[in-house]
Every structure is written in C-alpha cells, then in structure tokens.
Design a protein around this ligand. Structure first.
Ligand code: C2E
Ligand code: CA
Ligand code: CA
Ligand code: CA
Length: 277
C-alpha cells in the first residue's frame, strides 16, 4: 500500500508542476497583453423586457492574443486575481467603462447605466474607493449611473470589511448589484445587512425555464425575494422568447442575454443605441 501511495504522490506533484508552469506562463502573457493594449472591453446591453429598450450595459473584458485567439474571461480572470494583475486591469476597466458611459450620456441617453464587474482583490484594495471617485470625476458621470457587480462569495470571505466598504460606496451614490445570485449560498440575513440595490439572477436559473426540468421556480423565487426586500432584479442569460415571457409573468422587468443583444464593441453599441435616441 505504501508503494502505491508514493507512486500516486509523485504522479500528483508532476501534474501540479505542469499546471503551475502553465499558470505562470499565462500570467506573463496576460501582463504583456495588458501592456500592449491587447485587452479590450465589450458591452452587453441590459434592457426592459417588455419593450426591449436599453437601460444600461455590462462591461465585459476580452483578451485577444497575437495570433487572434480569444481567451475567455473565465480562464484569465482567475489568473489576474491570483497574480494581483486584476488591480491594474480592473482600474483600466472601470475608467474605460466610465468614459464610454459618458459618451453614451452625451449622445442623449442620460439615464443609461454602466455595470462593471469587481473582484474580491479589487474590492478589498485600500485605494478602491479613491479609484471610484477618480474614475467618475475624470469621466464626468453621475455616481447613480455606475453599478458595481459583486458576487455572493465575497460576502462570505470577510463580511465586516464588505459591509463597511459597501456602506462607503453607497454613500457615494454608486449602485451595487449581486451577480450570479442564487449560486453562492449567502444567507438571507447577510443579504439584508449588505444593503445592495439589485439582484442579478444567474443564467443557470434562466436556462432551466426552457429545458423542461422545472418552470423556473428558482428565478421566480428570486424575483419575489427582490420584491419583498425592495430591490431591483435583472435576469442574465435570457436566450429566447419563452424565457422572456416567463420572467415578465414573474414580475421581472429587466433582462440581459443573447435574445435581446450580444456583447458589442463600442461602435456596434453606438449603432445599436441609435434606434433608441
Ligand atoms: P458574468 O459577470 O456572469 O457575465 C455574464 C456572462 O454571460 C458573459 O460571459 C456574457 O457574455 C455571457 N452571456 C450573456 N448573455 C448570454 C446568453 O444569453 N447566453 C449565454 N450562454 N451567455 C450569455 P463572459 O463575457 O465570457 O464573462 C464571463 C465572466 O468573466 C463574467 O461572468 C465575469 O464573472 C467575468 N468577467 C468579465 N469581465 C470582467 C471584468 O472586467 N472584471 C472581472 N472581475 N470579471 C470579469
Ligand atoms: Ca457580471
Ligand atoms: Ca452574472
Ligand atoms: Ca454567471
């Protein structure tokens, strides 16, 4: 038994070595890509379900390598977080998103909001509040039109720090939404303490609406929860009319998903928004 054990062990560490080398390689590539401005942002419209009219957009980060391959954010964001690169990259995302928001406001859509994903490392950074102030100021956009998307899991790592930071952000007038809501097991009492503005129903619960496993009972429950806590609610990953109609019948007014609009680059977004000016 001992021999097998040792064999397993060496096999395991060899695999881990490969994985760590791969991660380090990717971290260097990511840093270079950021310096060479090969990261860019796309914007996915968020709409009023009934009318399809835009209410805002979510900024989503993209990485295109030199040979033209797109690396999905699910693959490189964890590396950016783990290496600390997310602090500088996240600052750039926030500033760029605010500048884009300013242009959209100037084009005539004054109520338009911009949602920006913020990770744990950024959020707990001592200069994060200053960064928000500075990004809003430099772009000249009202704080009410900026929405920061945080995840439920952030509520679990350091709830006290989170509550304190959220209070300061809210005092500035910036809005907070909980991303992927329903997947992170945060308790309802925690949710109430956090005093966020909005719940974003995770795509998984929207997906269920069409595949016959259930009728979207979890999505419905989250909409009801948002109503009783007087929070806004938005569904993400809406891909078809059935889902849109079901969500409307649940009382969910806002949605984001391929059915309404795919993520767009700046130019595409402006063209898409023209129809609503
Ligand atoms: P997320 O915040 O949940 O973003 C929504 C993801 O769902 C996006 O994937 C979007 O393209 C995709 N999506 C939107 N509508 C639909 C739909 O109808 N069907 C399907 N199947 N998918 C849809 P994306 O852009 O690949 O982003 C993945 C994740 O990467 C994001 O998930 C977010 O957690 C993270 N991420 C992206 N940009 C940033 C960023 O700037 N900062 C941080 N910290 N994280 C980011
Ligand atoms: Ca998000
Ligand atoms: Ca999400
Ligand atoms: Ca998600």
């Amino acid at each position: 038994a001992k021999i097998y054990h040792r064999a397993d062990y060496s096999y395991f560490t060899r695999e881990m070595g490969v994985e760590i080398r791969e991660r380090v390689r990717m971290m260097h590539a990511l840093r270079t890509a950021f310096e060479d401005e090969r990261l860019f942002i796309v914007f996915q419209p968020q709409v009023h379900i009934g009318s399809g009219k835009p209410i805002g957009a979510e900024a989503l980060l993209r990485w295109k390598t030199e040979d033209g391959t797109l690396i999905p954010p699910d693959q490189f964001i964890p590396i950016a977080e783990y290496s600390g690169l997310i602090v500088n990259i996240g600052e750039w995302v926030l500033r760029t998103a605010c500048l884009e928001l300013s242009r959209i406001h100037q084009s005539g859509l004054q109520d338009f909001r911009m949602a920006v994903n913020v990770s744990q490392t950024q959020f707990s950074h001592p200069l994060f509040l200053q960064l928000i102030t500075s990004a809003l100021h430099d772009a000249g956009v009202p704080p009410e039109n900026l929405e920061l998307e945080i995840t439920e899991s952030m509520a679990m790592t350091d709830p006290d720090l989170l509550i304190m930071t959220l209070e300061k952000i809210k005092a500035m007038g910036v809005r907070i939404s909980i991303d992927d809501f329903g997947t992170g097991f945060s308790s309802l009492s925690q949710l109430q303490k956090l005093k966020v503005d909005k719940l974003k129903i995770d795509r998984a619960f929207i997906n269920e609406i069409s595949d016959g496993t259930n009728d979207g009972s979890i999505a419905k429950m989250i909409v009801q929860l948002s109503q009783s806590l007087q929070l806004e609610v938005i569904a993400e990953g809406v891909e078809n009319q059935l889902q849109a109609e079901k969500l409307m019948s649940f009382g969910c007014d806002h949605a984001q998903g391929f059915y309404f609009a795919k993520p767009k680059n700046k130019v595409e977004l402006h063209t898409w928004l023209q129809a609503y000016l």
